[in-house]
Design a protein around this ligand. Sequence first.
Ligand SMILES: *[C@@H]1O[C@H](CO)[C@@H](O)[C@H](O)[C@H]1NC(C)=O
Ligand SMILES: *[C@@H]1O[C@H](CO)[C@@H](O)[C@H](O)[C@H]1NC(C)=O
Length: 339
Amino acid sequence: MLKSLIFSTIALLAVCQALQTCEECLNSGNHYCADTKMCNSPVCLNSITHILNCPRAPNVTYDDNEARTKWLPLFGASATSAQMAQKCFDNNWPTMKLSKRILVNCSDPSPILPLTQCAMITAVDTTQKVLVMSFRATNTGTQLEEEFLNYFVAKKAFFDSGYIFEFFYDAYLALWKGGLEAEMRNLKYRYPDYEVWVTGHSLGAALASVGASWVVKTGLFKPEQMKLLTAGQPRTGDYAYSNWHQNTFAYSFRIVHAHDMVPHLPFQYELVDHDKMYHHRTEIWYNNDMSIGSSYHVCQEADGFYCSNQNADLSWNDHTHYYNTDLDGYGDKGCPKAN
Ligand SMILES: *[C@@H]1O[C@H](CO)[C@@H](O)[C@H](O)[C@H]1NC(C)=O
Ligand SMILES: *[C@@H]1O[C@H](CO)[C@@H](O)[C@H](O)[C@H]1NC(C)=O
């Protein structure tokens, strides 16, 4: 009698634990098992220890066709002259008009690197009611970017939501003060209800994450107006930043191409990097050449082990090719349509 009572109590406890959500499980100091979807599963291959990574689907649907026909030319347009940026729109999104191109000296991060310039464009589509902020990678567009990411891991506080990588903070602030703030206030005044699409590739992707966050933190735009899609984004902020970001933006996709190395920089984990940077949701991982019709993973975790983090052999070539397009020179050619 007593024995069976004990047994059923244990069984009940086990059932209760099993039924806990991932958040409840982690909040009570346990680990959540991604494979069995159980709290403290006795057998577990993939254990989740951070609430940031609790599995869930994104709130909105990722649209592969929209990404390759609209977002790709938007980030392509940031990496060329004003004239060719408009050509990128004419070729792909004819109602989109370039509003402003902003070019500033980014704060000099180190004497060992040459002066870096940061660039971005804004654009307006009065037909589809869309504003755009698109950020360029460095002007060098080479592996220098990787060096930045490896060398400069100092962080700055991002409002009241954690820390971001100092280089991104300073570069963003240089653009903001160098014309972007006035531009966005003006666009907001003229088009208060438009959606705001924010994008970039590589370092531009990190600046896009910061930019979308910034205009929301300053109260200029509401998170519901914002759409963010980045390609090859390096880790941009710490746990608190990424947690705030993913709890604030329903529409935020982080595209990762196969073995692209940049999304793995700077390193995430305590053992190799005390800065502990984490990605925010939602990673979309293409483990292929990203040609039309390619499959992709809609990753359930923010920065877990089950999407691109599985790949240990990292590639620079995958970083410069997104949606089966060589991004080097793509904007300068006016973003020709894929065929
Ligand atoms: C950027 O720095 C260079 C070199 O110091 C300077 O000549 C140039 O005027 C600066 N450009 C801007 C836009 O501030
Ligand atoms: C996403 O959906 C969940 C469930 O409906 C909701 O609680 C959460 O606030 C949404 N997230 C965002 C960022 O809108």
